[in-house]
Design a protein around this ligand. Structure first.
Ligand SMILES: [Zn+2]
Length: 428
């Protein structure tokens, strides 16, 4: 896999140049040598006629750089009119468009069926700690088929074998090769291409090589929270918003960032691991809570308090015993004061987490996903609790549930794969 696809650390046209010069003090993963699939594969192998895998990224940067040079201004200064025009184009949110692969080799041209508007069908793998789900999407990015298998936890070999079988299922179901992206927990380090994840048996594995071995070519990989933000910013609950955070309340808590319709550039691929930021001391003091141990081995992480397991623990701590969140919500709706107190405490703690996002990222819209987000009254409780936690005078982000539900993350990965397989408006 191309390290620039892996981990989705924001290696998008022009953004990488900006970050190299402005934000990271010149340290930025260098553009790696292109990696090609085997002869006749999709994308076309080296030496084939037509665009090469990931050329759309490199080409975009090259073109913008040329425009900047032509204008006589430096990249840091933003360049002249032609450069600014290109900048506006790159900042345009992706809306999809008819793509023409006429210059691709015949076999690649046949890969990816087309819908009535010319978009390719595409697919994604949603990889979590319990299941690997393959989803096929039509040209309008609507899920049409899915196939779920348990996630092998015993070894990396078993894990990648299962991934290969799911890729084969997608190709067989589609009747051809097609763009396939992966949304998974954890990250792929931009510099090394090595996976780092707590819930899968693949930490330290070279993703590009392992995926190529089972799928025949590299597959773009996104962190699942980044994929959620990316999906919802393109045809979802945050469509058209300039700054979007996707926030997953599942077994843990994690956030992804999407700016101008594209995943935001990051340095090491870990942002925004909100769940492993510390819960503010003022919040713990307010509710008389101690420093609870987090799964990462540290104490007092946000993830220890507000995702599904955190809420269950909170209910037990407040005297309700083991109770599942849906039952807790039902009891609160039925007038149970104790259940209502637990949910009020949870909402207040969650609002503290949202306030951290607001003060550090300042999103226009926060799209909420994950299993706990399906709890009745989830958004309403957060909206009610948030104002009291915001610093006076600061803007309040809009909270929305993910429009594409539990398929949103894998939809984002599929969209990324489709975009990588086609020339994009901002690069051509
Ligand atoms: Zn932690």
């Amino acid at each position: 896999m191309h390290p620039h696809c892996a981990g989705l650390s924001g290696q998008w046209p022009c953004n990488s140049e900006k970050s190299q010069g402005r934000h990271f003090g010149g340290r930025h993963p260098r553009l790696p040598d292109r990696q090609q699939g085997p002869e006749g594969s999709f994308p076309p192998a080296s030496g084939s006629r037509g665009p090469q895998w990931c050329d759309w990224r490199l080409g975009g940067c090259d073109r913008r750089q040329a425009a900047v040079q032509k204008s006589g201004a430096t990249e840091a200064e933003g360049g002249g009119p032609s450069a600014r025009r290109l900048t506006r184009r790159t900042a345009r949110p992706f809306r999809g468009r008819a793509v023409c692969l006429a210059s691709r080799p015949a076999r690649a041209r046949n890969c990816g069926k087309r819908g009535r508007e010319g978009h390719m069908i595409c697919a994604g793998l949603d990889i979590g700690g319990t299941k690997i789900e393959a989803r096929l999407f039509d040209a309008d990015l609507q899920a049409t088929h899915s196939h779920r298998v348990p996630t092998p936890r015993a070894s990396a070999d078993a894990f990648f074998a299962a991934v290969g079988e799911q890729v084969a299922w997608l190709r067989e179901r589609a009747g051809a090769d097609l763009p396939i992206g992966i949304a998974m927990t954890g990250v792929v380090e931009p510099d090394t291409g090595l996976a780092q994840t707590a819930n899968l048996p693949i930490s330290g594995q070279p993703m590009a090589e392992r995926l190529t071995a089972v799928a025949g070519r590299p597959l773009p990989v996104m962190n699942d929270s980044m994929a959620l933000a990316f999906s919802e910013a393109n045809g979802g609950a945050a469509d058209g918003a300039a700054a979007v955070v996707g926030l997953i309340f599942g077994t843990g808590v994690a956030a992804g960032i999407c700016v101008d319709g594209r995943p935001a550039a990051r340095y090491g691929g870990i942002a925004a691991e909100l769940g492993h930021c510390g819960m503010p001391a003022r919040a713990l003091d307010r509710h008389g809570l101690g420093l609870w141990r987090c799964g990462c081995g540290r104490d007092g992480c946000i993830e220890a308090y507000i995702p599904g397991p955190g809420l269950i623990r909170l209910a037990a701590h407040m005297g309700l015993g083991e109770i599942a969140p849906p039952e807790l919500a039902a009891r609160a709706a039925g007038g149970d004061a104790q259940a209502e107190a637990v949910l009020a405490t949870w909402a207040d703690l969650s609002a503290e987490a949202l306030e951290i996002l607001q003060m550090t990222i300042d999103p226009q819209i926060v799209v909420l996903g994950g299993g706990l987000s399906q709890m009745p009254g989830f958004v309403e409780r957060l909206e009610a609790a948030l104002p009291a936690r915001l610093m006076p005078g600061t803007p309040r982000p809009i909270l929305r549930l993910a429009r594409h539900g539990d398929a949103s993350g894998v939809r984002g990965a599929a969209l990324l794969a489709r975009m990588a397989a086609a020339e994009q408006p901002w690069t051509c």
